[in-house]
Design a protein around this ligand. Structure first.
Ligand code: ISL
Ligand code: CA
Length: 556
């Protein structure tokens, strides 16, 4: 396999609105990120993914792009961006942009032009179709609720397609001119010096152009668009190959796909030696539920479910390419809250879970605040929540007959807002994120979780993450931790995660326990590299107390 700089990398996702405010308007910005680059350097991060920073009406927090080549004024200017890029590179870190290609904003000039002249080239960049008998062209349900079709004002039966919000019209990938425009834009960013992209919601670009709809999966008579996406999955790699050849490959760029529902037979086309992406996120344990009332129907995860799904995904990827392990992102509740049993939703649990995700095979993505062990944010009222999906699912819960209290309880477990609250830097009024009230509330455990508090504690989650990322880069172990195969080890119970990374001359074992019981592992001549919680090693026996983790090496 061709070796690439990103194979051994650690990536970090910045949610710019919530990372660091520099001009005291309560919203994070690019200058704020620049101020915190040294912090990221100390965490031994190699790749920074910025959630969208483009001009946008922010209906979906920037995932509705109105200008792909301009910075949203709320985040700063293109000069600020160039400075950020320079400063990151000066510290040995690369930036990747969030690339939203399935749709743009209804405020994008292409869409405005399309609306004003139906015969324009721009109109062919979108999907406009006539409905029948007063009904839209098909019965798919948007990811954010309601039909995927929106009626054009003034025209009695003409609709446009939007898999997400109505302000996010889908782009027509079957139009070559549109593809060329998107590729040009990608090359413009790559020429500027960004290292690559995180490619948003990409599986959705394949459409059945006859718009047949699907059997209803809810009382609204609609069917989740994700089901059509899964059905069309085989068509995506054709588009992606063209994209790779015209943009990523000539720049030797890094790319990570947000690709749910990749078929097993397509894995090599996505992440193989000559695949379309460098990696794709491992969503195997994130139990997507896109039904009518997806929050309401949600079943909590267990350590066993997370472990088994992750292990299976790792085994499938071993011989093919690299996955990108994650436990959370800006669309998910915090991993510590979602995956761990209640007694380990604390620093001990966060550290043991960190040991697992950073040492799995692949390119781990840390989501801002994960390294602090941040848990879900507690919202006291639905009015504190802004996310359109959370709001919509709240209404769906009420419609199902839940009380407002029950619906809020569900949001506090499930909503995307859980992980979008401001980064916790210090003990000051707004956690050092801003000097004024932030756009979204500050997490309830600021003082226990903030960087300032954790820096001084050698046993803090932050310092454990620093040790993990240092280990991943250590010249003696780097090769095994990058290229070593993943292999499961026997797990003593459902709440324990044990695996090893098998390199040419060494084997690195990883054990994390979220159990009620202490476990003893005979590991013979091994050497301990790192532990968290309460672990002891004596006469070839490793004793791991609940809420602990250990990493050991066996040289051959
Ligand atoms: O949010 C989800 C689960 O909580 C997903 O269904 C999500 O919509 C899907 O993963 C696609 O996500 C991406 O595209 C969306 C945007 O809202 C998300 O923030 C983004 O990550 C539309 O651009
Ligand atoms: Ca600001």
């Amino acid at each position: 396999m061709d070796r690439k700089w990103w194979h051994g990398a650690v990536a970090y996702q910045i949610y710019p609105k919530s990372f660091q405010d520099s001009n005291q308007d309560g919203i994070g910005d690019l200058k704020g990120i620049i101020r915190r680059l040294d912090y990221l350097k100390e965490l031994h991060v190699d790749i920074l993914w910025l959630s969208p920073i483009y001009v946008s009406p922010f209906v979906d927090e920037g995932y509705d792009i109105a200008d792909y080549q301009a910075i949203a004024p709320v985040f700063g200017t293109m000069e600020d961006f160039d400075e950020l890029l320079r400063e990151a590179k000066a510290r040995g870190m690369e930036l990747i942009m969030d690339l939203v290609l399935n749709h743009c904003s209804s405020e994008h000039p292409w869409f405005k032009q399309a609306l004003s002249s139906p015969l324009s080239e721009e109109a062919s960049f979108f999907y406009f179709r006539r409905g029948h008998d007063g009904l839209p062209p098909d019965n798919l349900r948007s990811y954010f609720g309601g039909s995927v079709w929106e009626k054009i004002e003034g025209d009695s039966d003409l609709y446009y397609l939007h898999y997400f919000a109505r302000e996010q019209p889908d782009l027509n990938w079957y139009n070559e001119k549109l593809r060329e425009r998107l590729f040009e834009m990608m090359n413009w960013w790559l020429d500027k010096g960004v290292a690559g992209f995180r490619v948003d919601a990409i599986m959705n670009i394949a459409k059945d152009l006859s718009f047949p709809g699907l059997p209803a999966d809810g009382a609204d008579g609609l069917c989740a668009a994700s089901k059509m996406t899964a059905r069309m999955a085989g068509e995506v790699s054709g588009f992606l190959k063209e994209m790779r050849d015209k943009t990523l490959k000539p720049h030797d760029a890094f790319s990570v796909g947000e690709a749910f529902s990749v078929r097993e037979e397509d894995l090599a086309a996505f992440i193989g030696e000559d695949g379309c992406f460098s990696t794709i996120f491992d969503f195997s344990s994130h139990g997507l539920n896109e039904g009518l009332s997806r929050y309401c129907d949600f079943k909590p995860l267990t350590v066993k479910y997370f472990r088994d799904a992750t292990f299976t995904a790792q085994e499938k990827a071993n011989a093919v390419g690299f996955l990108a392990p994650i436990i959370e992102n800006h669309d998910e509740p915090r991993g510590v809250s979602a995956i761990l049993p209640r007694q380990w939703q604390n620093a001990r649990g966060a550290q043991a879970l960190g040991t697992v995700t950073l040492l799995l095979r692949g390119i781990p993505f840390i989501y801002q605040g994960q390294e602090l062990g941040m848990t879900n944010t507690h919202f006291d009222s639905v009015y504190e929540i802004r996310d359109l999906l959370a709001r919509e699912q709240y209404s769906a819960c009420l419609k199902q007959g839940l009380s407002p209290y029950q619906a809020l309880t569900i949001l506090n477990c499930e909503s995307r807002e859980n992980a979008r609250t401001p980064m916790l830097w210090d003990h000051s009024s707004f956690a050092g994120f801003s000097e004024v009230t932030p756009w979204l509330k500050v997490h309830q455990d600021q003082h226990r979780l903030c960087v300032e508090f954790q820096e001084g504690d050698p046993h803090s989650t932050l310092n454990h993450y620093r040790a993990l990322t240092a280990l991943k880069h250590h010249p003696d172990f780097r090769d095994t931790l990058t290229y070593g195969d993943f292999e499961r080890m026997p797990c003593p119970d459902d709440d324990t995660i044990c695996f090893r990374r098998v390199g040419e001359r060494q084997e690195i074992g990883v054990i994390a326990s979220f159990s009620h019981d202490t476990h003893v592992f005979p590991i013979g001549e091994a050497k301990i590299l790192l532990t968290s919680g309460e672990v002891s090693f004596k006469e070839g026996e490793l004793m791991v107390k609940p809420g602990s983790s250990a990493v050991f090496i066996i040289e051959r």
